[in-house]
Design a protein around this ligand. Structure first.
Ligand code: COA
Length: 476
């Protein structure tokens, strides 16, 4: 059975005094749709218990939007929640359970302080890694730094790429009435912005936001078809993964979505990818097979991600500028694609071709990711000659018995309960990665050797007990 998008709406994103339920109602009103045929409500919220203290939220919201009586569930997969709720609502319509489902996704965060929000968000991180004070920006920073190192992109050139992502996001945010940030930024402003987690600056990070998104999924034929959906998970602990510079969870989700759609990446006209941090836009494009690593620098230098470029990406402003109410973003991306495909964007920034769109959403530090492909009903595609197959990453074996710095960051906005700045390192020994806190006062370079010994502080260890605990070593 075909599944179609019938309507889509967003609330204004950003800092708001409104309660969560008002944001949800605003998104529903902005759909401008009749709710009389809705048979179920699927609701996505990442952590309303911690952010707002509201529990039993599915029936609460369903009641407050005037649909009490219809079945309602709440779904959560960390920061990909909005995509997850769409995915499961899609499954319910496709299975024939309901003809018409109201899909909602939202979060209310801005009434809390940054350290408090950071602490709540950090709960998505593996407990043993979270003990170090690691937060999402710090883990993203370490993945990004290693990505540049592995791809032979110097720090300066990598900064150029990230700055281009940020400048593009802010440019399109300035044109999106729903966006939290509606001002262009210059390279100079980017370079002068404070570091959040080195090398990531303020303008590399999505903000703390309030906002909601709404769509109606239906079995009744409309102009926009859900062509493919896919989901992939990965190990919760970053240091237990085969690779941290690319996200296999996205790759698996993308392959499933392409195979379901029956066509491959060359058909995608534009994309909304999860740019919670600017390097995630880059990696998102690679993991959805829309870009090759060797093309990255040229793609951004030549502004190929703009609405008139080779592959428009995040021309809504993305999570970076539209804002990132964590539970809402995955669905907001779908709303933006729907708006672009149905001619609701200003003509001046609508890409030439809008037949097929891809969205990619990251949950946690890429532990539960989704890819969704939308297509104008009846649009022509180049079919896949054969199904795409996931290829395990090729890992070079490391024989070195010494500890080396695999990646490192200095975090200036740690979770509540940790002091700033907080230095974090990922160490590599043989094939094992270890996340630790560094108290040397100096941010070590990737590849540097580190001595781990009770007597030798090296550049890393001062508080031995803590470090032993953090590294998970047995005390001699
Ligand atoms: N990008 C651009 N500007 C931002 C911003 C961002 N991400 N975050 C805040 N600002 C602006 C504010 O609007 C404010 O501007 P003003 O002085 O003109 O009013 C200024 O910067 C200071 O804002 P403040 O809220 O005090 O910043 P902060 O340092 O407390 O928080 C971050 C900034 C980046 C640390 C915070 O937004 C953050 O933690 N983001 C990541 C959230 C996250 O991890 N999400 C989940 C990812 S999956």
């Amino acid at each position: 059975m075909g599944v179609y998008l019938k309507a889509a709406g967003l609330s204004k994103f950003g800092k708001s005094d409104d309660k969560l339920i008002y944001k949800i109602r605003e998104a529903i009103e902005n759909m401008d749709a009749d709710l009389s045929e809705i048979e179920a409500v699927y609701l996505g919220l990442m952590n309303p218990e911690a952010f707002t203290g509201v529990g039993n939220i599915a029936s609460y919201v369903t009641d407050k939007v005037g649909l009490s009586g219809v079945p309602s569930v709440r779904i959560e997969t960390a920061s990909s929640t909005g995509a997850a709720v769409f995915y499961l609502a899609y499954a319910a319509v496709r299975a024939g359970l309901y003809k018409s489902v109201l899909v909602l996704a939202a979060e209310k965060m801005t009434h809390l302080s940054t350290p408090k929000v950071t602490k709540i968000i950090s709960e998505v991180i593996e407990p043993s890694e979270r003990k170090t004070g690691a937060s999402m920006p710090s883990l993203a920073a370490m993945c990004a730094r290693r990505f540049a190192y592995d791809n032979n992109i110097s720090e300066n050139r990598f900064t150029d790429v990230l700055a281009e992502v940020a400048i593009k996001s802010h440019h399109y945010g300035s044109l999106n009435p729903h966006a939290q940030f509606q001002k262009d930024i210059t390279k100079e402003k980017y370079m002068n912005s404070k570091h959040v987690a080195e090398p990531l600056r303020l303008f590399d990070c999505s903000p703390i936001s309030d906002g909601a998104a709404a769509v109606i999924l239906t079995s009744e034929k409309t102009d926009i078809t859900v062509a493919g959906v896919g989901q992939g998970t990965d190990k919760q602990a970053l240091t237990k993964r085969d690779i941290i510079t690319r996200f296999t969870s996205t790759q698996k989700a993308a392959i499933t979505a392409y195979n379901m759609a029956g066509f491959g990446p060359e058909n995608i006209n534009f994309a909304e990818v999860h740019d919670a941090f600017t390097p995630f836009e880059v990696v998102g494009l690679l993991d959805t097979f829309l870009l090759e690593p060797k093309e990255v620098e040229k793609f951004y230098k030549n502004k190929e991600g703009y609405h008139n470029g080779k592959l428009p990406v995040n021309i809504s402003g993305g999570l970076k500028s539209r804002g990132h109410p964590v539970g809402a973003s995955g669905l907001a991306q779908i709303v933006e694609c729907y708006r672009i495909m149905t001619g609701k964007y200003p003509k001046e920034i609508t890409p030439e071709k809008t037949d097929i769109a891809l969205t990619q959403s990251i949950g946690g530090l890429a532990t539960n990711n989704f890819v969704t492909i939308l297509k104008k009903t009846g649009a022509k595609v180049k079919p896949l000659p054969e199904p795409m197959v996931f290829k395990e990453p090729i890992i070079k074996p490391v024989k070195d018995k010494k500890y080396r710095i695999f990646s490192a960051t200095r975090l200036y906005t740690p979770p509540e309960g940790f002091d700033s700045p907080l230095d974090l390192v990922i160490l590599q020994r043989k094939d094992k990665l270890i996340l630790a806190r560094s108290v040397s006062g100096e941010l070590p370079k990737i590849g540097n050797l580190v001595h781990i010994d009770e007597k030798i502080a090296g550049s890393l260890i001062v508080k031995k007990d803590d470090i032993f605990q953090l590294l998970g070593f047995k005390k001699r």
